[in-house]
Design a binder for this molecule. Structure first.
Ligand code: NAP
Length: 275
């Protein structure tokens, strides 16, 4: 993995995951620094990862080649405006992982003309199994695209989008997606208990089924429809269950659910980006 100076703004959960992934991939600890206002979090970061921490985002913005913004969307405007002059002088690559904040808003708050990559990772980044979509604005150079991709790859899959407009659909699919799968696991597990299994058995069989199915689908060249048909024998048990789910409107429900999440993502981006 190529090494460059990377500065994280915000030392919360996502930063910890990304730093863990980077170090596991051979990134040098002395190239990583974090700006975080909470002293306890700074101490934990320094102790757990052996990296440099400080409370000034301006100082990091003035030295990092890559500046990764990992604060909550609600404080992004204030955080970026505070370090705008350091960013303008030093011109680092900016990577924002904040949900819902558009590149044009970050660019405006930072004073304009910045190289910005927007990334949308998801919660499994905490166990280095994220699904991340990336979008680069026109100022981002090829080498900077590679840097951004290598950072997000440290916690899982990273794919590029052609347009930022696709980010709202990504938010509805993989951003919120872990919650959909968890809901399905919850439903399957609790239903199995009502049908006679003990809780531990129902939980383990549900989780391993979800894990094994995802692994099988990822390792196969066949699409989900083909794989599902293969385990649905005519006249068998699976066929009965799938018929109940489809007759009950599952396809339509998912269409409505993802559309609602997408619309909410558009609304939030508008609200958060207002001047
Ligand atoms: N968690 C996920 O699965 C996930 C997935 C996709 C995207 N994201 C995005 O990733 C970002 C970070 O999420 P997270 O879960 O890591 O949140 P988090 O744990 O709350 O971390 C954010 C950190 O930023 C710190 N902070 C606040 N103001 C700051 C400032 N002025 N300068 C520097 N640091 C500051 C906060 O400190 P205090 O606690 O002291 O305020 C906190 O430690 C969010 O924008 C979120 O939308 C998260």
């Amino acid at each position: 993995m190529q090494n460059f100076n990377i500065g994280f703004i915000g030392g919360g959960n996502m930063t910890r995951s990304l730093i863990g992934g980077l170090i596991a991939n051979g990134f040098k600890r002395d190239k990583i620094s974090v700006a975080e206002p909470d002293e306890q979090k700074r101490t934990r970061l320094a102790t757990d990862f052996g990296i440099h921490t400080l409370d000034s985002s301006q100082q990091i913005a003035a030295t990092a080649d890559v500046l990764l913004l990992a604060v909550k969307p609600q404080v992004m405007k204030q955080v970026t405006k505070n370090m705008a002059s350091a960013v303008q002088q030093h011109q680092p690559l900016i990577i924002s992982i904040a949900a819902g904040i558009r590149e044009s808003d970050i660019n405006r708050w930072l004073g304009g003309n910045c190289a910005i990559v927007r990334a949308m990772p998801n919660t499994p980044a905490l166990v280095e199994c994220s699904a991340t979509a990336l979008y680069a604005n026109s100022q981002v150079r090829e080498q900077q695209r590679e840097q951004a991709e290598s950072v997000l790859r440290a916690v899982g899959l990273a794919l590029w989008l052609d347009s930022e407009g696709q980010m709202d659909t990504v938010t509805a699919l993989s951003g919120s997606g872990p919650a959909y799968f968890l809901l399905i696991m919850e439903i399957m597990q609790q239903t199995a208990v009502t049908l006679g299994l003990d809780d531990k058995t129902a939980r383990l069989l549900t989780l391993q089924t979800a894990f094994g199915t995802a692994k099988m689908a990822l390792e196969s060249n066949e699409d989900a429809t083909t794989l599902r048909r293969r385990v649905t024998s005519p006249g068998g048990t699976t066929e009965q269950a799938i018929k109940v789910l489809e007759d009950g409107g599952l396809w339509e429900l998912f269409h409505q659910a993802l559309s609602a999440a997408r619309t909410r993502s558009e609304e939030l981006a508008k609200q958060l980006g207002e001047k």
